[in-house]
Design a protein around this ligand. Structure first.
Ligand SMILES: [Ca+2]
Length: 198
């Protein structure tokens, strides 16, 4: 990565150098100011492009770091945060890191999240899921407000969700083999952030 940064900087300097040369040549040739302005604009555009690409590389590097610290599954990476927080605080933490609270979309994803939580946080833990039924009781939506299609409620023993208006958030429980329970959003739980990868 350091080598890449070096080359990007080198290219940037080369572009600046060439453009300055072009500008001074044009001046010597007695060209009008408009030619100089055009050269400056072109230079500015090239610098903007390079900055944009550098930012993209930084983002990719940050994502790689997240995936290395956490775990990688098909299409996303999970990163555990064992510190117990309310739903909103945990959700804000994930957003600040460029991710969102983990929301399994399939049985497979749920199993992989369950295994990861067991191994990274503990065998008797609960983590917040990125879903809620705050707006309409019983209508569970994800963090973007879309209808939740995949659900994994515990229904054999306790018939979840059973908390009504008092429980509008949900947790995945490792004690219950990855099954879901509705829960009050104000209690404090561990969490896992998920990050989409290409
Ligand atoms: Ca509810």
């Amino acid at each position: 990565m350091e080598t890449r940064k070096f080359w990007m900087l080198f290219c940037l300097l080369l572009v600046v150098h060439c453009s300055l040369q072009q500008t001074s040549t044009k001046k010597r040739n007695g060209k009008k100011d408009s030619a100089t302005n055009a050269a400056i604009e072109e230079l500015q555009k090239q610098i903007n492009d390079i900055v944009q690409e550098l930012n993209l590389l930084k983002e990719q590097q940050a994502l790689q770091t997240v995936c290395l610290k956490g775990t990688k599954i098909l299409g996303k990476c999970f990163l555990a945060n064992p510190v117990k927080k309310t739903f909103h605080a945990a959700s804000d933490d994930c957003l600040a890191k460029g991710g969102s609270l983990s929301t399994p979309l399939t049985v497979d994803e749920n199993d992989q999240l369950y295994s990861y939580v067991r191994q990274s946080i503990g065998p008797e833990e609960q983590i917040w899921l990125g879903i809620n039924d705050m707006v309409t009781e019983g209508h569970w939506v994800d963090q973007s407000g879309s209808n939740v299609r995949f659900k994994n409620w515990e229904t054999e023993i306790t018939l979840q969700p059973d908390g009504g208006h008092g429980q509008n958030c949900a947790v995945l429980s490792t004690t219950a083999n990855g099954k879901w329970f509705d829960e009050s959003c104000r209690v404090e739980k561990s969490s896992v952030c998920e990050f989409n990868i290409v």
